[in-house]
Design a protein around this ligand. Structure first.
Ligand code: ADP
Length: 468
């Protein structure tokens, strides 16, 4: 029986179904349709090609999971709690453009794809999974990233120089200027600083895209980490007359509801700082005096959920779907007067996804916003195990450093002995670079004087000592 429904009464069901199958057979995107338990009902030729599962008839009836093998674009395996495809299928939530690599079963080829999952309403919970090959898109993006990264890098230095000279011109102790010139230069300084921040942010964004940085995962007590980072913002919030609380999830959560849960994660702490810096900076930027900001962390099953909630200007429903895109800024009378470049939330999304996380926002225009970051959670047992591994690694690194130091010392001592021997052999000559000596020569040479004797005698007639 065909799985395609029809509603065009003018055409026969067979006619409609045949056309749909024809389209699915000819498109480049892989399409897989599963039943509610994830068993494959239909798979088109593109999906058969990408997964190398043999044929449609072989794949039909199998669990989708046995043929769609994925890993991150960076080549990292994805445990179930980080695998957004599995999560979407389990919870029947739509998934849109999840970028990973599909590993072909026979050749082991890695194909970069954007995976989408669409739960089909009223169909006994069928799911439509699409796999869009994004090899070309990524190559083009790579070229763009390379260009932006080089351009930002090259432009950062002249902009810093311009900024430095304007600062000198504005400084009364280094320059005398009239009031009008001061006004112009103050405006020029604001623009040069904006440009400088733009280049810095662009470089940060491109560093991950072009693989210059990779997340460095460590086991972390998430409560401590988020508390520590957000604590840095308390003084700024106080200055801006904004209430700032850690441990409450919403404006109406009483202090009694503060969270004492112990929640562990496996994250890159620098990425976490960048994420929280951007979210809290935004909350401060878009919340007027008298408002409030609440930062909270909690365990939610196998995820860690962080939220940054504010009672600020809010985001319209129209803008909400776009704010995580590169350079997107909501355009309204409030945001027009508040500076920004539209890169912060893109960076937040990028960093969170690199750690197997997700970000999203909820907001009511004029009332406030909540930004959520969900990350894989690890159990206390796993945390302890990973901590032992980290400490072991730190110990090995410290031992290796000690060993290198000892070797360096031995080498330096041997060098000093050689120099002393050379000096003793010809006391009036400044030492030349020590030549390799045969064991015979060494045996006939006089004993070297103590190191301090050599240096003192050299210093008498050679103020530059052994550097000569
Ligand atoms: P920007 O530098 O413009 O702040 P972001 O990428 O950080 O760039 O944010 C994108 C847009 O999302 C902002 O221009 C703003 O319109 C909106 N936005 C972000 N955070 C908030 C917030 N806490 N409250 C209201 N609007 C926000």
């Amino acid at each position: 029986m065909s799985i395609f429904k029809h509603n065009n009464s003018a055409k026969s069901p067979e006619d409609h179904s045949a056309k749909a199958e024809m389209v699915l057979d000819s498109i480049h995107d892989g399409v897989i349709i599963t039943d509610k338990s994830g068993l494959i009902n239909f798979i088109n030729p593109a999906a058969v090609r990408m997964t190398e599962c043999g044929s449609a008839s072989k794949a039909t009836g199998l669990d989708y999971n046995t043929i769609i093998k994925i890993e991150t674009k960076e080549g990292r395996e994805l445990p179930d709690n980080e695998n957004q495809l599995i999560q979407a299928m389990r919870t029947s939530q739509p998934l849109d453009g999840y970028q990973v690599c599909v590993i072909s079963a026979q050749s082991g080829k890695r194909i970069p794809v954007a995976i989408s999952v669409l739960p089909v309403q009223g169909s006994g919970q069928n799911h439509i999974i699409t796999l869009r090959d994004i090899t070309k898109e990524l190559a083009e993006e790579g070229e763009q990233t390379e260009f932006i990264s080089t351009a930002s890098h090259e432009m950062r230095t002249p902009v810093a120089t311009i900024d430095g000279y304007i600062a000198l011109a504005l400084n009364p102790s280094t320059a005398t200027i009239d009031t009008r010139a001061r006004t112009y230069l103050t405006a020029a300084r604001a623009a040069s600083q904006h440009l400088g921040k733009l280049f810095r942010d662009l470089l940060d964004v491109t560093k991950l895209d072009d693989g210059k940085i990779r997340p460095h995962f460590v086991p972390v007590d998430m409560m401590d980490l988020v508390r520590g980072i957000s604590g840095d913002y308390a003084p700024r919030a106080k200055d801006a007359k904004i209430t700032f609380e850690f441990g409450t999830s919403s404006p109406d959560a009483s202090p009694g509801r503060r969270m004492n849960q112990v929640v562990y994660g496996y994250v890159d702490t620098n990425f976490m700082r960048e994420i929280l810096d951007n979210l809290i900076e935004n909350a401060l930027k878009y919340t007027p005096e008298g408002g409030a900001i609440y930062v909270n962390v909690r365990g939610d099953g196998d995820r860690v959920l962080i939220n940054v909630t504010d009672t600020g200007i809010g985001i319209s429903a129209e803008d909400l779907g776009h704010i995580f895109q590169k350079f997107y800024r909501a355009d309204n009378s409030d945001t027009r007067t508040i500076g920004g470049n539209g890169l912060g939330l893109y960076l937040v999304k990028q960093r969170a996804e690199a750690m197997g996380g997700k970000v999203w926002a909820e907001s009511s225009f004029g009332e406030g916003s909540t930004f959520y970051v969900s990350l894989p959670r690890i159990s206390e047992d796993e945390y302890n195990k990973r901590m032992i591994a980290v400490r072991g690694q730190q110990m090995r690194q410290a031992q290796a450093a000690q060993y290198r130091q000892a070797q360096l010392q031995q080498f330096a001592q041997a060098k000093i002995r050689q120099l002393q021997q050379a000096a003793a052999a010809s006391p009036s000559q400044p030492p030349a670079a020590p030549a390799p000596q045969s064991s015979m020569q060494q045996a006939t040479q006089p004993r070297a004087p103590a190191a301090h004797t050599y240096l003192t005698s050299q210093n008498n007639n050679n103020p530059k000592g052994v550097q000569q």
